[in-house]
Write a protein that binds this ligand. Structure first.
Ligand code: UD1
Length: 338
């Protein structure tokens, strides 16, 4: 299959590109590099051992998208492109809504014009809102989000469901990611956040590298076994393989389906800190601080539907995630800017 990855130079997309190439697919990338680095694609080419066609363009630009679809017979699109920093989305909501919604609309209009009607979308477990019960199932009511980033994911899900309702030839797969961490085992590609990381694992690796002084654990009075927040951390390579299965599924089915991509197991902040220290033999200084606004006690997936329908399940352990995240950080102290 020929598969277009929008936002193809990003963290999850680069790992997905590697797995799609390994499965024998032909990948085309579009990225404007506002939040990514072309060096990541050079590394992907090094891992897969052949060039990967890439366009530097904005998915919001109808002419650029028209050219990509005219020049390539795309079978499936995986739509990763989007702004994704939760805190920033609260500061500049209009930019988030404009960019994330506009890019999706331009993409779908271009796809429809070219008769390409198969789309896999990067959604997030954030659309469930504050869970009444865990594990989370795809058929549970989504209570709404706590920030504009989350709302863009929620709204895009609704837009894509509307597209399928209007034209039943479309095939849309909505992938709700839980907490992707880790890196490719080569240590050549990984997560490269701008500035001080907001998410737990990249913060931990920067503390381990001595670039940040210590971790602040956001609250230890949650309703969880050790009081710290519980999340469903999933190795990015497992997540990438979920996209390979989702592309296969989109080829053979029509309609709109939602899948959780998580392990089904929740670990606390302290589980992650202790496992990271143990497997990498590094002391991780931390202090307990106040809760972070918008955080929930526990959030983890029921991954049954993905297992039964896509034939996918996560294989890697928390130890693998901690080892690979550190391997990437250690080999690339400044990410792709070395
Ligand atoms: C966050 C976003 C979510 C997004 C996801 C992308 C929020 C509220 N949610 O999920 O919408 O899809 O990232 O990966 O921001 N923690 C600390 N100290 C830190 C950082 C985090 O204790 O310095 C804790 C948090 O309180 C939480 C856990 O670590 O319990 C995971 O946090 P994080 O990695 O930011 O992910 P989420 O908040 O689950």
């Amino acid at each position: 299959m020929k598969i277009l990855l929008t936002g193809g130079a990003g963290f999850i997309a680069t790992h997905t590109c590697v797995e799609l190439c390994a499965a024998g697919h032909d990948v085309v990338i579009v990225d404007n590099y506002v939040n990514s680095n072309p060096e990541a694609l050079r590394r992907v080419e090094e891992i897969v051992g052949h060039p990967v066609k890439a366009y530097e363009a904005d998915v919001c630009d109808p002419e650029a998208m028209e050219r990509i679809f005219a020049e390539n017979q795309i079978d499936v699109v995986v739509h990763f492109a989007g702004l994704k920093a939760v805190g920033e989305s609260v500061q500049i909501p209009l930019r988030y809504y404009r960019n994330n919604l506009d890019s999706t609309l331009t993409l779908c209009e271009t796809m429809a014009r070219h008769g390409c009607k198969r789309l896999v979308f990067s959604s997030s477990a954030t659309v469930y809102g504050e869970p009444d019960e865990v594990p989370l199932r795809e058929d549970m009511f989504c209570k709404g989000c706590t920030n504009p980033y989350g709302w863009t994911k929620y709204m895009i899900e609704k837009i894509l469901q509307g597209v399928v309702n209007a034209d039943p030839e479309w095939s849309v797969v909505l992938l709700r990611y839980f907490n992707p961490i880790g890196a490719h085992e080569s240590g050549r590609i990984g997560e490269d956040p701008n500035g001080i990381p907001n998410n737990l694992m990249p913060y931990i690796t920067k503390v381990a590298a001595g670039q940040l002084k210590r971790l602040t654990v956001f609250g230890n009075d949650y309703n969880t076994p050790d009081g710290t927040g519980v999340r469903d951390y999933i190795h990015v390579v497992d997540l990438a393989n979920g996209h390979v299965k989702a592309c296969d599924y989109a080829m053979d089915h029509v309609g709109c389906e939602i899948f959780n991509l998580g392990t089904g197991v929740g670990y606390s902040v302290l589980d992650l800190v202790n496992t990271f220290s143990r497997v990498n033999e590094i002391d991780l200084p931390y202090m307990i601080g106040p809760r972070r606004a918008g955080d929930v006690d526990a959030c983890y997936a029921d991954p049954k539907k993905a297992r039964e329908v896509l034939g996918w399940e996560a294989r890697k352990t928390l130890e693998d995630m901690c080892r690979d995240a550190w391997h990437w950080q250690k080999n690339n102290p400044k990410g792709y800017h070395d």
